[in-house]
Structures are given as structure tokens and as C-alpha cells.
Ligand binder design. Sequence first.
Ligand code: FES
Length: 220
Amino acid sequence: MNTAYLILLVLIVLIFLFIYYISTRVWFVVDKKNQELKSSSESPNNEKVADDTRRDFLSLSTITIGGIGTAAFIWPFLKSMNPAEDTLALGSTEVDISSIEEGQSITVKWRGKPVFIRRRTKKEIDEANKVNIQSLPDPAQDTDRVQKPEWLILVGVCTHLGCVPLGQKISDKKGEYNGWYCPCHGSHYDTSGRIRKGPAPDNLAVPPYKFLNDNIVKIG
Ligand code: FES
């Protein structure tokens, strides 16, 4: 249940409770007045007062029922605004990274896109850090692209025209910078997934992710 949904729900309940409180108060007043009317039946204004109180009660009863009806009417719409469980599941994915050895990569799917998870070697980390970022087409520090130096997590979609770059398999061509190579038009990415050569304008994107523990990373 998202926050907006919860706030709307609380508002509806509060409105309902408020209307319920007002209508019960009026009911007590009406009851009291009826008692008084019974005990002083000779008053000339009795009939008018009884009519007024009856009208007040009917108005508030109508409002109360209307409030309940509105809440019942809005409820399905609010429910439909909430993402379905399967949609939420697609929005994030949890990956067990415990079996990935140093120097290995895996590819997982996240929102229909390939995501590269690479456990980098010390050499790859050092290569990524020694680059003068001013020389890069899309300057970015390696430390700003990772949460833990050994784990590099990237959306595996070339930023030129959307091909999936090579470099995940040991036998793949990795390009001139030992990272990933897009064979479609020849873009070379380095060990931080930054574009170094070719027509791609931007670095490979880093998706939102967090480590749930040492073995599980949640992407999305
Ligand atoms: S799509 Fe990758 S270089 Fe063109």
C-alpha cells in the first residue's frame, strides 16, 4: 500500500467518523426535544419545532449515508490506483550474488532490461580509478558509480541506440578498455561502464539498487 493511498484512506475514515459523531449528537438533541414536546403538549409552537428537528435529523442522516456511499464508491478506485502485487514484483528484483566469483559477471532482467552484475577484480577497480575523468565523454568518478568497489551494477543497454553490449561472457570481446563492447556501431566501455570510444553519448546507466546483506542485492 503506497503512502498516498494510505493518506486518502485515513481521510475517508476521519470524514466518516466526523459525520457519524455529528449525526449521533443531533439524534440526542432530537430525542431530547421530543421528550420535551411530549411533556408540554399545550405549547402553540410544538408542531413547528418538531418539524424543524425532524428536518435537521433527516438532513444529517442523508449526509451520513451519502458519506458512507461516497467512501464505498471511492474505495474500488483507490484500490485500483494501488499497483498490483505482480507489478510491484516486476518493479524490483532480488539477486543472490554469493556464487559470483571475482572476475565473473551475470545478467539479470529488471523491468524488461538486462542488468549486468560484475564482481570486479582489483586490477579492474584500479583501472577504473586511475582514469582522468576530464578526458571522458561523460565524466564520472568510478566511486560515484558503485556502492562497493568490487560490485559494478549496470543497465546493459548501449546508450547509443540500445543494443546489448558484449563483455558478460569470458569469451566475449570486451573492447579497448576491457569493459564492454557494443558491436552495433563500435562503442567501447571501460571497467566502470563509462563510454570511452565510439558513438554512444553516455555511460552505461547505474540502476537504483541496495545491498540487503552481503549476499543479496535488490535492484529497483
Ligand atoms: S547501439 Fe551501441 S554503438 Fe550503436
